[in-house]
Design a protein around this ligand. Sequence first.
Ligand SMILES: Nc1nc2c(ncn2[C@@H]2O[C@H](COP(=O)(O)OP(=O)(O)OP(=O)(O)O)[C@@H](O)[C@H]2O)c(=O)[nH]1
Ligand SMILES: [Mg+2]
Ligand SMILES: [Zn+2]
Length: 283
Amino acid sequence: MRGHVVYKKGPHLGVEVGERVFISLPRKRLRGQVYVGDFVEVDVVDDRHVRIKEVYERKNLLPKPKVANVDLLVAVFSLRLPKLDNLHLDSVLAISEKYGVDSLVVLNKLDLAGEEEFLRWRSVYEGAGYSVIGTSAITGEGLERLKAEISGKTVVLAGPSGAGKTSIIRKLAPGVNLKVGRIGRHGRGRHTTTDITLVKLPEGGYVCDTPGFAKVEISFFVGRDELPRLYREFRRFSCRFSDCTHTHEPGCGVLGNVGEEPGKVHPERYRTYRVLLEKLQRV
Ligand SMILES: Nc1nc2c(ncn2[C@@H]2O[C@H](COP(=O)(O)OP(=O)(O)OP(=O)(O)O)[C@@H](O)[C@H]2O)c(=O)[nH]1
Ligand SMILES: [Mg+2]
Ligand SMILES: [Zn+2]
């Protein structure tokens, strides 16, 4: 029978078969090779247990959280509290590009920010080729549009701690038991858990909450030579050299097109590119 891995809790995996979720321990031969999001072939052992026999080919595998077959990564960042850190956002988007996962930008806490602030960031990311949705988990603004974008898909929500990921999921899947955190907590030990759950959406599809981090260490996931092609909008331009780093090379189409006008590379995006490139240079 075909199943879908919908959670990982300690050494156990939860496999949805039809309408039911069974507990499974993967076969020795597959241990460590089955991830949440995987489609698997199983034998039903008893009332509560299945045995995974085989893992079907996956279309992608995000490294953190380790989730397979992701249709969409939703980068959830708040405009305020915490203030939007676009370097962090651009790291998340670049990692998503690298792993072949489409992504969408959610700017949350609209209720705390001015309209111009939202419109300014929206134009930066729409200009780069991303869909942008402004939301408020408090007033509910934008959540219908977000729902429409994610229904039927397997979606991972990622973004900094306190941005509102869990609050948004609670609104999208009411009745599901999730922990909403407090801003400003700290301590490295908090997020060491690797437990992962795909929450079923009422409209179909699954959403995965992840604990936020202050920043992602992009160097764990992306090599220096890869970064130039992970900025979507850079692909619109051509450069004289195929291995152009878009920093100093003659005939560089990116460098020649940095500007705030539509169709150009927004100066803020170019700035974060340089910061990330510099970071990757040092590793
Ligand atoms: N004003 C306002 N507050 C919000 C909004 N969304 C979430 N919050 C609050 O922000 C705080 C953090 O929300 P969470 O949903 O726990 O944030 P998170 O992204 O899940 O954070 P981590 O789990 O730490 O990664 C909570 O106090 C929420 O009530 C919003 O749209 N507007
Ligand atoms: Mg949370
Ligand atoms: Zn170039």
